[in-house]
Design a protein around this ligand. Structure first.
Ligand code: FMN
Length: 331
């Protein structure tokens, strides 16, 4: 199926289950409800319009989208979001996404999940990153980190942007009591595992520097898809300055609002190593289970490959800011 067909099928399936509102603000919308006025959800989507691509056709070749992350080779830099929930869409949603991600040669990320769900994901054999919530209870965090490490996760981490819970509309939500973490506490978490430790939810150079200080193995520049605070910065507004701090010390992942291969290309040009996509893969799952997830990753990867080829970038490493034009005025 093509991109729009996948979305239309997902929307029809969600509608027939009476759960469309859980995932789309309205019919035909690729926005999900976020905090308060929902500005972030809208802006996450529209900010990509500020960048255009230059053509570099002469001497160009069909591009390769392969990337290496944590010593594993992947066929695409388009990775799953750190997923949880979605049991209203289908049975065993995380396992189904994991199988779909494995088939597309990508990297799976999991967020809130039971031990059983973590095991089911890892048993699919897909390379997996496990993000645990920043519970007040540090020992509970360390238990979840260890469980993931022992089960074979290739990296682990926490979403620091959830220190004060999430927010949808006017409601703050958190599955358990959360707690802000100091640099010292983050350092203790990093040391509690032998796997690279990912700090997810970095949205400033200050936190990026602290991630370096604690010995993180990667960061995710993210506003959590709009579900933390209203008017959070767009990841691409802060990515270039964060890249200057991080350099090549660790992989930089980015997420929030990515819907097409063109969006991914813009993040790669501004310094990201790979991009996590949440909502779009959720729609792939809703459209056609594992198969829908695989198809969606493949569709976005094909879009990315075509843009890379047209802009004269033969590999992901060759993608740089010089392929972009920035539109600062009204669009
Ligand atoms: C259904 C769903 C569940 C999510 N659960 C988690 C989670 O448990 N932990 C986490 O760090 N992020 C979680 N996220 C956020 C994603 O990891 C990611 O930051 C966000 O989806 C990116 O924005 P996008 O949906 O616009 O692509 C979840 C996202 C979705 C759609």
């Amino acid at each position: 199926m093509e991109y729009r067909e996948l979305l239309a099928k997902a929307e029809a399936n969600l509608k027939s289950k009476g759960i469309l509102k859980n995932y789309c603000t309205q019919e035909g919308s690729s926005l999900r409800e976020g905090a308060e006025t929902n500005f972030v959800s809208r802006f996450n989507h529209s900010y990509f319009e500020r960048f255009g691509f230059k053509f570099r056709m002469i001497d160009s070749r069909e591009a390769s989208t392969e990337v290496t992350l944590f010593n594993h080779r992947f066929s695409t830099p388009i990775l799953s979001g750190a997923f949880s929930g979605m049991v209203d869409i289908t049975e065993k949603p995380l396992e189904k996404i994991a199988s779909g991600i494995r088939e597309s040669g990508s990297l799976m990320w999991i967020g809130i999940a039971s031990s059983e769900q973590v095991k089911e994901v890892l048993q699919t054999g897909v390379p997996t990153v496990r993000i645990v919530k920043p519970y007040q209870d540090m020992e509970a965090m360390i238990r979840e980190l260890k469980e993931a490490e022992e089960g074979g996760a290739i990296a682990v981490g926490t979403d620091i942007d959830f220190f004060y819970g999430g927010k949808r509309g006017d409601k703050v939500f958190a599955p358990k009591a959360m707690g802000p973490r100091t640099v010292g506490e983050l350092g203790k978490l990093v040391k509690s595992t032998r796997r690279p430790f990912i700090v997810k939810g970095v949205l400033s150079v200050e936190d990026a520097k602290k991630a370096v200080d604690v010995g993180a193995g990667g960061i995710v520049v993210s506003n959590h898809g709009g579900s933390v605070i209203d008017y959070a910065a767009h990841p691409l507004e802060v990515l270039p300055e964060i890249k200057r701090i991080i350099g090549d010390k660790m992989p930089i992942f980015v997420d929030s609002g990515f819907r097409r291969g063109s969006d991914v290309m813009k993040a790669l040009a501004l310094g990201a190593d790979a991009v996590l996509v949440g909502w779009v893969l959720l729609m792939g799952l809703a459209a056609d289970g594992s198969q829908g997830v695989t198809e969606m990753v493949n569709v976005l990867t094909a879009e990315l490959r075509r843009i890379m080829s047209v802009t004269g970038c033969r590999t992901v490493a060759e993608i740089g800011e010089e392929i972009l034009v920035k539109r600062d005025g009204p669009i």
